[in-house]
Every structure is written in structure tokens, then in C-alpha cells.
Design a protein around this ligand. Sequence first.
Ligand code: FAD
Ligand code: SF4
Length: 334
Amino acid sequence: MLRMPPFRVHNPKTNADAVAMWNELGGAQGDGPNVDWSAMYVAGGTDLLPNLKHKLFSPKHLVNLTGLPKTGIVETDTHLVIDGQTKLSALARNPLVREHAPHLAQAASLVAGPQIRNMGTIGGNVLLDTRCLYYNQSAFWRKALGRCLKAEGDWCHVIGGPKTCVAAQSSDTVPVLLGLDASIVLLSPGGERELGLRDLYRFNGFDHLKLERGELLTEVRVPKPGPGFRGVYKKLRVRDSIDFPQLGLAVSSRWDGTALLALDIVVGAAGPTPKPIKKLDRFLGGELTDERIDAIAELVRKGTRPNEAVQGDVAWRRMMSGVFTRRALQELRG
Ligand SMILES: Cc1cc2nc3c(=O)[nH]c(=O)nc-3n(C[C@H](O)[C@H](O)[C@H](O)COP(=O)(O)OP(=O)(O)OC[C@H]3O[C@@H](n4cnc5c(N)ncnc54)[C@H](O)[C@@H]3O)c2cc1C
Ligand code: SF4
């Protein structure tokens, strides 16, 4: 049995209190894989608590976000504004989300299983730690193999070298949010700032978020896509009932009748950052023929380089990115 290590839980009542508390409790010291966390935020705890049992972090204090005021999901003229504490199950069934960004609701509904979606939040999903078969293991398992770069060691078992970590960004909602040009609102003692999701992630599995330490995610802002929008999310996983993605594919598109006007494809779970596919403009402006679908699927397959941090043969996962693209585009074409 894996035992939970000891820590104290603190229960702020406002966002500002949570940020102040995190700092007063000692925050975090150090950089990269060697961060020493005195305090960490916990939202649903569905990712953080298993990680604590695996002794991946040992904070003395947890700042519990579940008691913060909740604003739910509201619509402005231009955006859907989603409170960072929104549960994934609420996101999946929200009528505004289903109307404006159906593939965001679809992606949220495919995270893990029902119990985890009832606890897990959109904030925790966007800021989810990167994952790796050699990292998300017990301390005993990691020690037996030889610890890796992301956890107390100096070697990457995936790429066989001492320099880079390629653990995978494995959130289902993130490729969709990126394709929708969403942004997040972050609160720190210095005030509030908005950061585009396209600028949040960096290609470094042990330090993949371009955040200041202790910033609190308070909102996710999603621009409303407008008329003619269609989106779809495809997920590859071992067990449909619970597993993380082995590959995620988010397709956002805008149409005028049968003419394709805009297309955005983002691949997830293939590296430390979600991967937007480039050079799609040449397929815009006309009907989406079978030949064009095949060409786009091949472009996505070529641009997708999964690695062995995630379960499943890499060549097969790469091939499935093309298969999913073809299926998604055929669905969207109608
Ligand atoms: C069995 C299992 C299967 C899973 N399958 C999937 C899956 O298929 N797809 C998927 O995407 N995820 C999956 N997850 C991971 C997780 O359940 C979800 O990503 C969930 O959305 C995490 O949200 P949370 O609120 O529980 O985050 P927590 O575990 O509370 O936090 C996660 C991280 O984010 C930080 N954090 C959380 N909220 C904030 C905030 N507001 N501001 C600043 N920092 C914050 C925490 O400090 C922590 O570092 C799975 C987990 C388990 C245990
Ligand atoms: S990719 Fe995996 S094995 Fe390599 S350093 Fe990162 S977590 Fe460790």
C-alpha cells in the first residue's frame, strides 16, 4: 500500500487569500526538477495526491482551493469565461460550452472516468504535470530502475541521455483549448495577468509551464467561435473507461456551406507541449475533397512524433494521428 505523506491543509476563502497563504507558507525554492515545494495548491487533487503518494513532491503544506468562491461558466459578448475551479463533469454538460465549443465538452467528458471528472477541475487539467512511464511510479520502482532526470536523477530513460526530459503533456482539454485560442487568467501578489495558452507550455518535461511560481489560475477564457464553427476531439487510450490519452487530436474548423474557411489541428500527449499542425492554409477556401482529407491526414502524421514516455508503440500512435485526422475531417464535412 502507498501511504500518503504528512502535510497540513489550509483553507483560504478568497483567491487573494490563497495566493498570500501560498507565499506565507514558504512557496517553493529552486529550479527545474530540483524545486523544493514548501506549499502547493490542490484543487480536485486527482493528479496531485497520487503524485504525493509516489513521493514525487513532498510539500509540508497544501493550499486547498475547493472553498474559493465559484463563478461557474458565464458568457460575454465575445467569450465563454470558465472559473478555474469548474469540475470537468460540469464543463462536459454545460449548455453554453456544448453550444459554442462542443469539442471542449466532448474532451472534458473523455477525461478519466466519472468519479475523477466529478473531482478534477479545468484549472488542474490545464496545469497538469507532464507524465511518463518512468516517472509516474512509486519511489521504490523508480529507485530500482535508477532515478530519472525529472525525479532526483541525471538520466532520461526515454531518450537515453542526461539532457532533456520529454514527459508528455497529457490533458484532454488542452489541445482543444489551444485550437480555440483560449487564455488563462493568473493571480499573484503582483496582480492579475492574462496568458494565451499558446504561450503557456515549453518543450521541457520537467519545467513545462511558463508560470511564475505561486501564480493561481482563476479563469479560462475561450473566444466564442461564431457562425459556421464545427469541432471534434478524438482520443486514443487503452481502456475507454479511465485511461489518460496515448494521443489526443483536436480539430477546430469554420465552414460556409461546404466550403472550408478555417482549420486548426492540435495534437496532444505526444510530447511536453501540445503540437499545433502548421501549413494548413493551403487547404482552405474550397470543398474538403477526399484527396484533401488524405493530404491533411498525411501532414498530421508526418508532424506527429510520439515518444516512449507514453504507453503504446510509437509508430502505431503516429499512424493513428493520421487515421484520427481522416475520421475527424470526414465527420466535420458531414
Ligand atoms: C486514474 C486517472 C486517470 C486520469 N485520466 C486522465 C485523462 O484521461 N485525461 C486527463 O486530462 N487527465 C486525466 N487524469 C488527471 C486528472 O484527473 C485531471 O487532469 C484533472 O483535471 C486534474 O485536475 P485536479 O483539479 O484534480 O488537479 P490537482 O490534482 O488538484 O492539481 C494538478 C496540478 O495543478 C495545480 N493546480 C490545480 N489547480 C490550480 C489552480 N487553480 N492554480 C494553480 N495551480 C493549480 C496543482 O498544484 C497541481 O500541480 C487522470 C487521473 C487519474 C488518477
Ligand atoms: S522523459 Fe521520462 S524518463 Fe525521461 S527524464 Fe522525463 S520523466 Fe524521466
